[in-house]
Design a protein around this ligand. Structure first.
Ligand SMILES: *Cc1c(COP(=O)(O)O)cnc(C)c1O
Length: 237
């Protein structure tokens, strides 16, 4: 077995174990492969290993890999910080955008999504998550927890966006147990937000990365975003 395949099997097993420990069904949790810096060949390998949800961080890199058909057979998500001037390169290409972190970005996404609907003569709707600044860090993007209900209310009025749930990147933690505190806070926000999320679909709570995905699953994550534990350390080009 290749290293990626072995890692994928090990992580899926650990997710299932944490799910059962929390009294949840393992199928409730999606393992997303975070593919930043990985080559198209590595992306194809992870998809062949059965991980059919992949997440990209940078628009440029995503566009290049789309050009080489690297994501074929998978659902492509956008998980990185999105600049408003790059919105039109992501809307309609990513099945789910995890990182709606400001009213301005949301307004641009709504416009771009409406435009895709006109161009394709379809009732196109872009699915999104709202990124929450759960650690209250000044350096980080994301909606402050106290602003979340108002923000979700605004988004609910947009006809071309469907808010499926919430996402967070907690502050760096010394131990996985420290991260767990933030995940618990996110889960509480998520439960309180349900009525303001899109209805008639499953809701998504995107949290947990290589170092802490098990803690995230224990606290109710429905989607973990894993890079290093799947592919090995990153070499930034
Ligand atoms: C890179 C990245 C991940 C995965 O990080 P690892 O620590 O390598 O698992 C998850 N989420 C986002 C938003 C990322 O940018």
């Amino acid at each position: 077995m290749s290293a990626i395949k072995e890692n994928a099997a090990r992580i899926q097993h650990a997710i299932a174990k944490a799910a059962l420990q929390a009294g949840r069904r393992p199928e409730e949790i999606t393992l997303l492969a975070a593919t930043k810096t990985r080559t198209p060949a590595e992306v194809r390998e992870v998809i062949a290993a059965g991980i059919t949800t992949v997440g990209e961080n940078r628009v440029q890199e995503m566009t290049e890999k789309l050009g080489s058909a690297a994501y074929d057979g998978a659902s492509l998500h956008f998980i990185g910080r999105l600049q408003t001037n790059k919105v039109k390169l992501v809307v309609g290409r990513a099945a789910l955008i995890h990182s709606v972190d400001s009213p301005r970005l949301a307004a641009e996404l709504e416009k771009a999504s409406a435009r895709v609907g006109e161009q394709t003569q379809s009732g196109f709707v872009q699915e999104v998550l709202v990124e929450v600044n759960i650690g209250g860090e000044h350096s980080k993007g994301g909606i402050e927890p106290r602003d979340l209900p108002g923000f979700l209310q605004t988004l609910a009025e947009y006809g071309h966006l469907r808010v499926r749930g919430l996402m967070c990147i907690p502050p760096p933690a010394e131990t996985p147990e420290q991260a767990r505190r933030y995940f618990a806070a996110m889960r509480e926000l998520f439960e309180r937000s349900r009525a303001l999320l899109a209805q008639g679909c499953e809701h998504v709570l995107s949290m947990g990365m290589s170092d802490d995905y098990e803690q995230a699953v224990l606290e109710g994550s429905t989607l973990v975003r894993v890079g290093t534990a799947l592919f090995g350390p990153r070499n930034y080009r």
